[in-house]
Write a protein that binds this ligand. Structure first.
Ligand SMILES: *Cc1c(COP(=O)(O)O)cnc(C)c1O
Length: 393
């Protein structure tokens, strides 16, 4: 073969459903020379990563760590450690990612009851209460921020119901962590998983997870070994403990990245970060509205970090996204599952949730929509966003 030239990648602004852009400090941290995974300096970095993850997850859970793989591995870790063949789980599904939870639980051999809501809607705690009373499951699985629909599922009451009934609450916080409030302890969540490449502004490759003492007890009561060797927390915990028994080589550079990503969250302040996401969302939303784009999620439950809007009638999905990418260097997401070809998803996650990004995205969208035949008042999107910013300052 002929040797390809060295990669020469043109930068793209990542406004899809993930990955989102890594913060420049994170990329710099990744260029740090490698260490051995048992090197004292690296162990100290890992301890700090765990401590910072507890702050960001708002938990005291001892078992809080990054799994060495992407968000899906976090999902698998939670389910494979908490479920045994024959265990019953209710999965509340109103989008693409909760459907994945069903598949993973079924592969474990669990008996899955599916509770459904239309895409874009969320669950009423009463519905959950009734399903638990009827099924008496060991666990309930639910997605906090459904990236396929842009809907945010309130969890406080559901957490209280799970506590009352002794059901383990397993939550997907892949798109919520670092963007909107996630309160592991206050809401009574027993197991949660997230990712590095969305709200935490790192590259994909790590999946933070956290387990409550109740979840750890449930693992300790297991009668059968976990089906997965790699994600077996009884083995992984030996690496985290004082023995530091080798399990796998931790991805060193990725952990340097996450260390910096989490440090930046703490420096900004977890709550300030949530407010920032809200502010930029309000501006983007006003702009999208002025361009005639409607959200897919119920207005009461819209995610600030993932703005899913219906593609206007007559506009070609792929042509629109291609123009955004090729002419403006902006990636936005298409629809998933039920929303394939019908929605665009605009992510303002972590580092990308900032005014310059909002204004650039709206200006580019205006041109794209106009060229695809939509009638848009010139400058309407940017003007509406600026009006929101003016009120905020
Ligand atoms: C992105 C995403 C996942 C999957 O994460 P990967 O890092 O792609 O494996 C799971 N759940 C939700 C809600 C997501 O948005």
């Amino acid at each position: 073969m002929t040797i390809p030239p060295q990669l020469d990648i043109k930068p793209v602004l990542l406004l899809g459903p993930g990955p989102s852009d890594a913060h420049p400090n994170v990329l710099r941290a990744m260029a740090t020379p490698l260490l051995g995974h048992l090197d004292p300096q690296f162990l100290s970095c890992m301890n700090q990563v765990q401590d910072m993850l507890r702050v960001v997850f708002r938990t005291k859970n001892a078992l809080t760590l990054p799994i060495s793989a992407t968000g899906m591995a976090g999902m698998e870790t939670c389910l494979v450690n908490l479920l045994e063949p024959g265990d019953r789980i209710i999965v509340a599904t109103a989008g693409f990612f909760s459907r994945r939870m069903i598949e993973v639980a079924q592969r474990i051999g669990a008996t899955v009851t599916v509770l459904e809501q239309p895409w874009g809607e969320v669950f009423d705690p009463q519905q959950i209460r009734e399903a638990i009373a009827k099924e008496r499951p060991k666990a309930l699985g639910i997605v906090h921020a459904e990236t396929s629909t842009g809907a945010l599922q309130p969890l406080e009451e559901i957490g209280a119901i799970c506590r009352e009934t002794g059901v383990l609450l397993i939550v997907d916080t892949v798109t919520s962590l670092g963007c909107v409030p996630v309160e592991i302890d206050a809401w009574g969540i027993d197991a949660a998983y997230s990712c590095s490449q969305k709200g935490l502004s790192c590259p994909p490759g790590l999946s933070p997870v956290t387990f409550s003492p109740r979840a750890v007890e449930a693992m300790e009561r297991r009668k059968t070994p976990e089906q997965s060797w790699y994600f077996d927390l009884t083995l992984i915990r030996k690496y985290l403990g004082s023995d530091r028994t080798y399990h796998h080589t931790a991805p060193i550079s990725m952990n340097f990245a996450l260390h910096e990503g989490l440090r930046l969250v703490l420096e900004e302040g977890v709550e300030n970060r949530w407010t920032r996401h809200q502010k930029n969302h309000h501006a983007l939303k006003a702009g999208l509205g002025a361009l005639g784009l409607e959200y897919t999620a119920n207005p009461k439950h819209q995610l600030p970090q993932l703005n899913a809007v219906r593609i206007p009638a007559g506009v070609d999905d792929v042509a629109g996204r291609k123009m955004m990418l090729q002419e403006f260097g902006i990636e936005i997401g298409g629809g998933l599952g039920d929303f394939k070809g019908k929605a665009w998803r605009i992510g303002l996650m972590g580092y990308n949730s900032r005014p310059s990004v909002v204004l650039l995205c709206l200006a580019a969208l205006e041109q794209v929509l106009t060229r695809l035949g939509v009638k848009v008042a010139p400058g309407a999107g940017v003007a509406a966003a600026n009006a929101v910013y003016a009120k905020q300052s």
